[in-house]
Structures are given as structure tokens and as C-alpha cells.
Design a protein around this ligand. Sequence first.
Ligand SMILES: C[S@@+](CC[C@H](N)C(=O)[O-])C[C@H]1O[C@@H](n2cnc3c(N)ncnc32)[C@H](O)[C@@H]1O
Length: 283
Amino acid sequence: MDFPFDAPTHCAPWVNTPIDTSEPSIARVYDAVLGGKDNFAADREVALKFLEVPGAQVTPFDNRRWLKRVTQWLVGQARIRQIIDLGSGLPTTSSIHEFAGQVADDVRVVYVDNDPSVLAHGRALLATSDNTTVVTGDVCDTDALLTDPDLLNLIDVERPFAVLLASVLHHLPDGEDQRVAAHLRAHLRPGCYLAIANFHNPGPSDPRARAIESALVDGGLGSGWVRPWPQHRMYFGDLDLVPPGLCPVNEWRPDNETPDSSPVHHLYIGGVGYRPEAGLDYS
Ligand SMILES: C[S@@+](CC[C@H](N)C(=O)[O-])C[C@H]1O[C@@H](n2cnc3c(N)ncnc32)[C@H](O)[C@@H]1O
């Protein structure tokens, strides 16, 4: 198969990595900004720098609400019954299988993360159902990920499935983000979906975007880049976009839980791409 990008390069091996609480981790900093308890001083130090940017504290909550609406649209409207949540994070708030379960009780969900804290917490919380599992995996190694025996126990990749990739690509360096998105797209057969959301840099009109980036990248985490609109659009490549397309997450099929005005809503954008299947109505 020909990819428009080179094979992934930068991701270091993570298997059996011990939990290091002296350094901030992406999953635990995110847990801290969402008000969770699974974080340590090093994580809270970065979280505080992020929260000092005016309005920034809203974006993780906007993201979680978007994930709920996307999941419930995928299950309710698109009839998806298999979901792979890549870079799932700690189960700080309600998880994807809970969102899905409010719509249908036969949805299988595989959570994937490369942070050992996520595996530890996830196994404890999610091992309660035959329809969910947690897999350690690196989004940069898509081929290994999508052939993982534990993932394949729940997901039949010959049938339609959805991939969620929220707040993950902005933690990959320039180039690696596009490579990962391209490799994922190549694995999507007709009827599959790819939902992506990330920090957005609208340019000099809103310096808070760069302030968020600086708080995360220079504040100790080393990643958390904000990118302009065209780079986000490229993530979806040749996929079609579910209406309303790529937009601030609060404008994506809002419901009565979605804030109708937010001073920062253009700093966080997302969309849902799909490979069309003949005879289906995607409106
Ligand atoms: C900011 S959290 C987002 C969690 C969840 N997706 C959400 O949007 O609410 C990003 C997650 O991606 C994970 N992550 C970052 N790089 C990754 C990689 N290369 N492979 C797998 N997971 C990764 C982190 O460990 C973290 O749990």
C-alpha cells in the first residue's frame, strides 16, 4: 500500500514502562485539568500553567461533551457498533462505552493508550464488561495496533468501525501527526469513521492559542502544539466529512448540554470523517 507519508519514526518503545510520577504525563495532566484525582505534583504544575491561560479550562470539557455527541451520533445515526478510542486517557469523567451504552447496549469499545497509568486504572474500571477492553498501544504504530490480538478479540476490522482520536494529534510533532492520520485513514474500509479533535491556532487574532501551547510545551510536558485550520483539514485527507464538517467542537451537532457561546470555542476544533458506503444516508 502506498502512503503519502514516510513510516512513523519518532515514537519510542513504551512497553513495560514503569509509572514515573516525578515527570508530568499527558494523561495525568489532562486528568488534573478535568478535576480528576489521578495526578501528581509534577502533573498539577503543568496543569496550573495551562489553567492560567484565560478560558483554557473550558476546552477539555468542550472536548468531552463533543466526544459524547460524536459517540452517540455514531451509535444512534450511523449504527456503528465497534469503537476504537485511541489515546483514551484516564477514566476521569464518563467513558466512551458509557456514552454509547445510553444509546445501545451492544457496542464494543477498545481503549488504547501508551501511558501505563491508563492501563492500570482502565483495567480496574473497565474489566467489568465483555464489551470493553483496554489495550496498551502507540498510535504511531497503527499497523501493530490494529492487529493487536486483544483489540481483534472485540473488533472485527472487516466490518464498519469508528476510530476516535481526540486531543492526541496535538501531542505529536509536526509531520508525525499527518503520518499517523494518513496511516489510520488507509485502514478505514467503506462504512468506517474517523473522529478527530485538537487545539486550533486561529492566528494572531487570538494569542491565547500560543499561550496554551507555551504552557504545555515549555511548561514541562514537551508537547501540546496548536495548529492552523489547513493542517486539521489534512487529517481527514480523502475522507468525506459528516455535516457540519470541521468546526469548533461546540458547533458540531450541539445539544442542550452544549454551551451556545464560549469565548474560546474557536481554539478547539474537530470533525468526523468517513469512507462512504453505498446506499447510506450520512446527513
Ligand atoms: C489529552 S489526553 C485525551 C484523552 C481523551 N482522548 C479525550 O479526548 O478526552 C491524550 C491521551 O493520549 C495519550 N497518548 C499520547 N500520545 C500517545 C501515543 N503516541 N500513543 C497512544 N496514546 C497516546 C496520552 O497518554 C493521553 O492519555
